[in-house]
Ligand binder design. Structure first.
Ligand SMILES: N[C@@H](CCC(=O)N[C@@H](CS)C(=O)NCC(=O)O)C(=O)O
Length: 264
């Protein structure tokens, strides 16, 4: 039956359209930022849904509620390296098919298979993009501690407390020592800049617009989701620092992906 739904977007504007499918449901973590969403992992399915022009709604879940809510949905936990259980978002529920999926990459694969219009794994690139997805995380690790500090600053208090405590436990490091201003933080910035320089070298070699050359794909969403995270949670001067690298490449890359996905 046709129904009028409000399409999920981040600009705060509502785009009413009459469509014949039920909105998909994306589980995400809220923040105090305008538009709320900030997480790199949950922004990936958000980019995909928006790119494919699929209607969706968000269920906001604070950090301490992620495990009970996902358990309640019937999902099984994943295992951390130490063998303990962990539940994570994003999770996507598609009421049109009954599917319930976690892991951003599996959500992307599901959406591609179920809603193939506007492909995100074009030209048979599914397997290559899976490899790209796991390779992409490596260069950014040291700076993640500064990002965590910034994340705690934008979360709602109930999530911020949980986030600080659990990250401190997982990294076995007192929160105050995550990213003290000074030589340690400077070193992490230098490492991050090196990582971006490597990315720049690849981009220059390719000389093309997107990771796959002239064709937009999920690989661009992977790149953009991390940039988006930095832009959202870092202080203005910190994002300005990243934007100034490589002739302003990174702010441009993020802008272009956001435009392509109609997502601000
Ligand atoms: N590999 C997962 C990672 C998801 C993930 O780490 N999600 C974080 C939020 S960005 C989470 O839910 N963490 C729960 C916790 O730390 O308790 C994916 O790509 O979906």
């Amino acid at each position: 039956m046709a129904r009028t739904i409000t399409r999920g977007n981040t600009s705060g504007e509502s785009d009413k359209s009459t469509i014949t499918m039920k909105p998909l449901i994306l589980y995400d973590i809220p923040s105090q930022l305008p538009g709320s969403y900030w997480s790199p992992n949950t922004s990936k399915p958000r980019f995909v849904l928006s790119y494919k022009e699929l209607p969706f709604e968000t269920v906001w879940v604070e950090y301490p509620n992620i495990a009970p809510v996902l358990k309640g949905l019937g999902l099984t936990p994943k295992k951390r390296l130490d063998g303990s259980d962990i539940y994570t978002v994003p999770v996507l529920n598609d009421p049109n098919t009954g599917a319930l999926i976690d892991e951003s990459l599996e959500i992307a694969a599901y959406l591609e298979k179920t809603y193939p219009t506007k492909p995100i794994f074009p030209h048979g690139s599914h397997m290559l993009i899976r490899v790209f997805d796991s390779a992409y995380l490596d260069d950014t690790q040291p700076i993640v501690k500064l990002i965590y500090v910034r994340v705690a600053e934008i979360l709602n208090p109930v999530s911020a407390e949980f986030f600080r405590r659990t990250r401190s436990e997982r990294l076995q490091l007192p929160w105050e020592e995550f990213s003290p201003e000074g030589p340690k933080r400077d070193k992490d910035w230098a490492y991050l800049e090196q990582g971006f320089n490597k990315g720049e070298a690849l981009w220059v070699k390719s000389g093309r617009e997107w990771v796959m050359g002239d064709t937009f794909s999920y690989a661009d969403i992977i790149v953009a989701s991390r940039l988006f995270w930095y832009k959202r949670v870092l202080k203005e001067d910190e994002w300005a620092r990243i934007s100034s690298w490589n002739g302003g490449r990174w702010a441009r890359v993020l802008d272009k992906v956001q435009q392509e996905c109609h997502l601000s």
